[in-house]
Design a protein around this ligand. Structure first.
Ligand SMILES: [Zn+2]
Length: 139
């Protein structure tokens, strides 16, 4: 089994285990409807798309939604969790470049969420962004 099929199978198992339904498969974006346990997730043709799937599933597994907390905190927790999962699946070993790219995009996304709400980025976000090398940082 090639890696992309393996990652698709990981996603399918998570969806089944946590009783999550797919609304549709997208290209490069995702969405999670936490109370409804539904997601829009990309088709997996690369590592970045796999990590978007994990991110959206993470919102639901952890019950992290904008109803419960600010958007920037919600996305911070979900991106941190996604990067932890990436290490669990050994992407830091086998796909370090792709993981580093996802990590950069994830951090930029969380910073943008902060900017939409706050003038100042919270220190917990700053500490996470500064952690180097990011993919090996303790979370
Ligand atoms: Zn999210």
């Amino acid at each position: 089994m090639n890696d992309l099929k393996k990652f698709e199978s990981i996603v399918q198992k998570l969806l089944k285990k946590h009783n999550i339904k797919i609304i549709r498969r997208s290209v490069n974006s995702g969405a999670a409807y936490v109370p409804e346990r539904k997601v829009i997730i990309p088709k997996i043709t690369n590592i970045h798309q796999f990590l978007i799937c994990i991110h959206e599933i993470g919102h639901i597994i952890n019950n992290w939604s904008y109803n419960k907390m600010s958007k920037h905190r919600c996305e911070f927790l979900t991106e941190k969790w996604t990067l932890q999962q990436a290490r669990k699946y050994k992407l830091d070993k086998h796909y370090p470049t792709e993981l580093e790219m996802y990590s950069k995009i994830a951090k930029r996304y969380v910073v943008n969420c902060c900017h939409n709400n706050h003038k100042k980025i919270p220190s917990y976000v700053m500490n996470w962004i500064k952690a180097k090398p990011s993919i090996h940082a303790e979370l």
